[in-house]
Design a protein around this ligand. Structure first.
Ligand SMILES: *Cc1c(COP(=O)(O)O)cnc(C)c1O
Length: 458
């Protein structure tokens, strides 16, 4: 049996019922024989925390259950989509009813128009959308649209923001300010990365320098308006508005990648929260309610460039899939107060107020736990996404994140998992709170954090 690095950490703890991972350990070994790396997305492998993954059997509400029968309070939420909680009955009903009526037609359906009109109503900057199958696809289409619309090729990206796994976006900063980017993965051609400029997040001077260094060549700036793929890093005051102004001055498109923040930090995403509009918006995660989906949205002037009305090609066999749109509409029903039933918020306002108050309690619980143990942390929170960084100062960009104490995070992660709290297995990921998280969940999480941090403090 392969050695699971979590086991010694867990067995040295004094919890009531240590998780028994007897089945997860061989399950991972077998997965590694037939799946590259044993997982279908790298972060699931727990490599960043030096451990092996837990295999999940089922989930309900705020809880995950692994194949050994251990239960965890889940703060990953499938990396964002599960804002209503797992297996929400309203979503399950919608998906099962649709499954019985057929799972894919390759022809238009009413649910696609319903979803598109709800997205357009949620975002002032969106008149039309195109549904795709993932966030990656949404960003690919957004970039193509921005280039077609401006007739330019270069795109400015901020370090630490994630925009999916397509060639163009697997880039990191080269040396020197406003230098061309370098590929962050083998297999990405130089010819492609030469069209990217990577600048630090929250640094408007760097954005200005990038524009003046490439005058008349920038098709777009793409940014996560609330960065959540280097842990949560909120935009500093005025940053998004300054990007908006720079794009206007240079006739470039501002692309907001709201794959995480859309319908999360507010119903209308970061654009509603900060009052800054994008030219092109990318959505995903939440809008699929746990099924594969993505969307790109913009004013008609830009969206009408897409085939079949326009010359810009984009397509998808399963795009606007009936199961995904059923889950999507059911999830939006829950978020906008259209759905009725026990436990479902009565209105959009109630929904986001509940997410915020649960998350504020959790933030306070983590800060109190840190205080009482003497371990220094920085908690960054925007609504129901947050990160607990082991850092003494503010965390405002990717280099700040990289200088946080990653080793302490690993110990924290293992200690929390041992106590039944499932955090993202990486210091570079957010915690996601859902409508299903209860006060009791938060209290248990805070108590687990206090115990774990006391152990860390020694
Ligand atoms: C998850 C994510 C993506 C990629 O979405 P997939 O559905 O995984 O392809 C793109 N952008 C952001 C901001 C994301 O968080």
């Amino acid at each position: 049996m392969p050695w699971n690095p979590l086991l010694p950490i867990i067995s040295s703890r004094t919890m009531k019922k240590p998780p028994d991972l007897t089945k997860s350990v061989p399950a991972y070994a077998r997965a590694r024989r037939f799946i590259a790396g044993g997982v279908n997305s790298p972060v699931r492998a727990f490599h960043s925390v030096g451990a092996d993954p837990v295999f999940i059997a089922s989930a309900c509400g705020s809880k995950l259950r692994d194949i050994d029968g251990n239960e965890y309070i889940d703060y990953v939420g499938s990396w964002g989509p599960m804002i209503a909680g797992h297996a929400h009955r309203h979503v399950v009903k919608a998906v099962s009813e649709q499954a019985a009526r057929g799972t894919s037609f390759g022809a238009p359906t009413l649910a696609e128009t319903a979803l598109a009109s709800r997205i357009a109503a949620a975002f002032r900057s969106i008149e039309k959308v195109r549904l795709v199958n993932s966030g990656t696809e949404a960003v690919m289409t957004a970039a193509r649209l921005a280039r077609a619309h401006t007739g330019r090729d270069m795109i400015i990206k901020t370090a630490g923001c994630y925009h999916g796994h397509s060639d163009f976006f697997l880039v990191s900063a080269g040396s020197g300010l406003a230098e061309n980017a370098i590929a962050s993965s083998p297999g990405v051609p130089k010819a492609i990365t030469s069209l990217a400029v990577v600048i630090p997040y929250n640094d408007i001077d760097a954005a200005r320098a990038a524009f003046s260094g490439h005058k008349g060549k920038i098709a777009a700036v793409i940014v996560e308006p609330v960065a959540a793929n280097m842990g949560v890093v909120p935009p500093v005051e005025g940053y998004l508005a300054a990007l908006r102004q720079l794009c206007d001055e240079n006739s470039s498109c501002l692309i907001f990648d709201e794959v995480i923040s859309g319908f999360r930090v507010a119903y209308g995403g970061a654009q509603e929260l900060f009052g800054v509009d994008a030219d092109i918006t990318c959505l995903g995660k939440i809008i699929g309610g746990g099924l594969p989906i993505g969307a790109v949205g913009a004013p008609a002037e830009i969206m009408d460039l897409l085939a079949p009305d326009g010359p810009v090609y984009q397509a998808g066999t399963l795009s606007g899939n009936p199961l995904a749109t059923a889950a999507a509409n059911a999830t939006l029903d829950i978020l906008d107060g259209t759905a009725v039933g026990g436990g479902i918020p009565a209105s959009r306002k109630d929904c986001y107020a509940r997410l915020d108050s649960t998350s504020a309690l959790l933030e306070k619980g983590l800060l109190d736990a840190a205080d009482s143990s003497g371990v220094t942390v920085t908690v960054n929170r925007v609504g129901s996404i947050m990160s607990c960084f082991f850092a003494t100062g503010p965390v405002r960009n990717f280099s700040d994140v990289q200088s946080t104490d990653i080793d302490t995070f690993k110990t924290f992660f293992a200690g929390m998992l041992a106590r039944g709290i499932y955090l993202a297995p990486s210091a570079y990921e957010a915690m996601f709170v859902s409508l299903a998280h209860s006060r009791d969940d938060v209290d248990k999480t805070a108590a687990a954090a206090a115990e774990t941090l006391r152990e860390i403090a020694g």
